[in-house]
Structures are given as structure tokens and as C-alpha cells.
Design a protein around this ligand. Structure first.
Ligand code: RIB
Length: 297
């Protein structure tokens, strides 16, 4: 069983600031770090560090070779990655608040917006029914890519961030087997505010889809066989929260694919994201499964 991670790769420009900039305000950054990120790349690294065999598909520009090198050094297969000679790589401008580690992110799509139907067909033909396909909403034609993977019998895993009106009206949820959403996204999809109501509404509308609802510092919750299952967050002093959600979804997916129960996968994914926020950077901060086990067991 193989895992296809079809997603964004971004050069992350991470600025540490005394506080997140307010409208009309100019402040000096305390520090700038240029890191490898993008929700797709982060998920690939998390999947790999949790022990999965991962193929990353996506597009970078010639300015983004450090993104490919990062994936290669993590042990992610990059044979399906494309390098566009003209367009610049995607990038993100990230503000990180000193003290809390909270962030604000602007994403510029760059080459992530060049994913077209021909490339999707070329990628999907390398995978078989029963393989996993992991997506987020930072590449073009993501709805079509998920539809192709679903039609081929792959298990489709989706984090619909950043949410858009186009995605909300796309009907893409029909193709999703595992969906990672937060409360805001849950409200956008279902019109419900309460976590339990969001999960019940998702189950009623999309019975085949397993929804994992993340609740920030309150952890996460799932609805399985009519029972609500809650996972607490492992509290810590956060240095940089960038990529914590990608770590969580990557670990949960890799561990589920490896045969762990959903309760074990939730618990270990929660521990992994707690370790990730203690270090600077998105992908660089993601721990290995062994580091997670060593930290607690
Ligand atoms: O989820 C964190 C990621 O969001 C960052 O690495 C940034 O590139 C944006 O895609």
C-alpha cells in the first residue's frame, strides 16, 4: 500500500514579531527564517516521519530546489514532482507572535497553481485501489484530482484548508474518506456551530466519510459507530504553531494506514503535533514516530 501526497510546496518566510501586525501598523521583525513548508510538503514529511512510504506530487519552480531536497532528505519519493522552468514556486508570508507561537499566514500559489488535468492523470496512474491519496486545498484542480483518485478506488484524505467558496460549492465531499476540519470549516460546510452537531450533520450528509474535527487547544473529536470520541491536546509552551495541523493529519493518516486503531492514531497524532510546536519552522519541526514514543513512553 502506497501513500500519494498530492499537494503544495511553499517557501515559508517566517517573521517573528512582538505581536501580529494590526491594520495600518508597521513593526520591525525580531527574526526572519526561510523554511520549507506548504501544507502538502508538511503532510508528506509528517506521513514519512510516522513511518509511511510516501510519494509527493506537486510542482515547484527552479527557485524551489530546497523544497525537493528537503523531501528527498526526509525519505519522501519525489519521482512524480515536477519542476516548472518559468513560474516561481509558491511561498507563504508567516507572522509568528513571540511568546504565544500563534501565527497568521498569507499564501501565494505560484507553481502550486499549475497543477492541471494532464498532470493529475500522469500521477494517478502510478497508484492502485487501496492506496491512500492525501490532499489539502493549496493546489489547482484539487477537486478533479480527488475525483480521479476516488474513481480509481484510492482512500481519499482531505484537509480543505484554506477553505474557499469555490470548494464549498464543489460537492467534493462525496469523494472524501477521511476529512480533517476545524470548527470554522465545520460551520462553513454544515451551518452548525457545536462540535457534536457538526459531526452528526457530516455523518448524515456523507455517511461514508470519517470526519476528524480539530478543536485547537481542546484537542479533537470524532464520531465513530454512534459514539463521540474525544482526544485531549498535549499542552506545552508553543514556540511556532506553523504546521501543527499538518503534523496531526499526517501522523493520523500514516498510523491508520499502518493498522493502528483510530484511538491510537488520534493520541499519537496529538502527541506529535505537541512536539512540533515546540520548535521553529513547519516541516523542520515535525518529529519522528520514535521521537514521539521516546518523549512519553
Ligand atoms: O499549514 C502550514 C502551512 O500553511 C505553511 O507551511 C505555509 O506554507 C502554508 O501553506
Amino acid at each position: 500500500m502506497k501513500i500519494l501526497s498530492f499537494g503544495s510546496l511553499n517557501l515559508d518566510y517566517s517573521y517573528r514579531l512582538a505581536h501580529i501586525v494590526a491594520p495600518g501598523e508597521t513593526i520591525s521583525a525580531l527574526e526572519l527564517g526561510v523554511n520549507c513548508g506548504g501544507k502538502g510538503l508538511n503532510q508528506s514529511v509528517a506521513l514519512r516521519k510516522a513511518g509511511a512510504e510516501v510519494w509527493h506530487a506537486g510542482i515547484i519552480g527552479t527557485d524551489g530546489m530546497m523544497l525537493k531536497e528537503m523531501l528527498d532528505s526526509a525519505g519522501v519519493n519525489t519521482s512524480l514532482l515536477k519542476i516548472d522552468p518559468v513560474t516561481k514556486s509558491g511561498h507563504a508570508i508567516i507572522q509568528i507572535e513571540e511568546g504565544s507561537g500563534q501565527n497568521c499566514i498569507i499564501v501565494y500559489e505560484g507553481t502550486n497553481g499549475l497543477v492541471d488535468k494532464d498532470y493529475i492523470h500522469d500521477v494517478v496512474e502510478h497508484f492502485e485501489p487501496g492506496d491512500f491519496a492525501v490532499f489539502q486545498n493549496e493546489i489547482s484542480n484539487v477537486d478533479y484530482a480527488m475525483q480521479c483518485c476516488h474513481a480509481k478506488g484510492l482512500r481519499v484524505v482531505f484537509n480543505p484548508s484554506p477553505m474557499t467558496d469555490k470548494l464549498l460549492s464543489s460537492g467534493v465531499w462525496e469523494f472524501v474518506d477521511d476529512l480533517f476540519i476545524n470548527e470554522t470549516e465545520g460551520f462553513q460546510i454544515t451551518g452548525k456551530n457545536d462540535p457534536e452537531e457538526i459531526l452528526m450533520e457530516m455523518k448524515a450528509r456523507y455517511p461514508h466519510c470519517r470526519t476528524i474535527l480539530t478543536l485547537g487547544s481542546d484537542g479533537s473529536i470524532m464520531l465513530v459507530d454512534g459514539e463521540f470520541v474525544r482526544q485531549a491536546a498535549y499542552k506545552c509552551e508553543a514556540v511556532d504553531t506553523t504546521g501543527a495541523g499538518d503534523t496531526f493529519s499526517g501522523f493520523f493518516t500514516a498510523l491508520s494506514a499502518a493498522g493502528r486503531t483510530y484511538k491510537e492514531a488520534l493520541d499519537l497524532a496529538s502527541r506529535a503535533s505537541s512536539l512540533a510546536v515546540r520548535k521553529k519552522g513547519a516541516s523542520a519541526a515535525i518529529p519522528t514516530l520514535q521521537e514521539v514514543l521516546d518523549a512519553w513512553f
